[in-house]
Write a protein that binds this ligand. Structure first.
Ligand SMILES: [Zn+2]
Length: 246
């Protein structure tokens, strides 16, 4: 190996009349540096580190291109009091009914279908969130689509199933949904629900719903780790109940 490098060195010296800048080599380029590093590793440690390097590269490439799991290993069970603490701190005072909405609308963002998410027809809530919660929703949609793209899956949107509830909405909902609670974070405009079973197809191949559920879980897990949200996995409503934490 060193003999070959020496010949390269000699060739450059003869052709360009330049002196040795480095002890052994006249022309020091990044490619030459890589060759030198590999040859030193070879000389000092044998072939083992080279094979380890090669194996690591292959494994990382394989895992990047590998199939997305169809399981859901994420444990999202942030308790309601924990969610409420954040909702009280960053949200609005609960509204008695929808007639009070005009009073607070100017402080909220209207939630409507965009490039990153779709919104179900809302029966027991109105489409308004605090600016921070609206940003969180958009970021979840963006990150979800980025993951789909990375895994070469068709483009889909997450679906919002519930947003801001007035006290009157909650009372009506409690008659049909045993999961609904009177003291809900949904009353503070800091909280929204996302379906984990349905996704809106946009373009490309229709993706596997279980795999999309996994990727949505991955996105929420990352944002939760960053302290941006609390999450509850709701089995009866087949949704993820998400409250912003800033
Ligand atoms: Zn909810």
């Amino acid at each position: 190996m060193y003999q070959v490098l020496f010949k390269i060195n000699k060739f450059y010296r003869q052709k360009y009349f330049c002196s040795n800048f480095f002890p052994n080599f006249a022309v020091y380029t990044p490619k030459l540096h890589l060759v030198m590093t590999i040859s030193k590793m070879w000389k000092n440690f044998g072939v083992a580190p080279l094979f380890t390097l090669l194996f690591t590269l292959l494994v990382s490439c394989a895992s990047h291109r590998g199939a997305v799991p169809e399981t859901f290993p994420f444990k999202f069970s942030d308790p309601n009091p924990h969610q409420l603490a954040g909702a009280k701190k960053y949200g609005i005072e609960p509204l008695e009914d929808r007639s009070e909405l005009d009073r607070v609308k100017h402080r909220l963002k209207h939630v409507e279908e965009c490039e990153y998410y779709a919104v179900d027809p809302l029966t027991h809530s109105v489409p308004y969130l605090t600016p921070e919660a609206a940003k969180l929703l958009k970021d979840i949609g963006k990150r979800f689509q980025k993951k789909l793209k990375q895994h070469k899956m068709g483009k889909h949107k997450i679906i919002v199933t519930s947003v801001l509830r007035t006290k009157d909405d909650v009372r009506k909902l409690m008659k049909v949904n045993s999961n609904a609670v009177s003291n809900s974070a949904h009353c503070r405009a800091t909280t929204f629900d996302l379906s984990y079973r349905r996704f809106k197809h946009v373009e490309g191949a229709q993706a596997n719903a279980a795999q999309m559920k996994y990727l949505l879980g991955e996105v929420l897990s990352e944002l939760r780790e960053k302290g941006r949200c609390s999450v509850i996995y709701e089995t009866k409503q087949t949704c993820l109940h998400i409250t912003v934490r800033q």
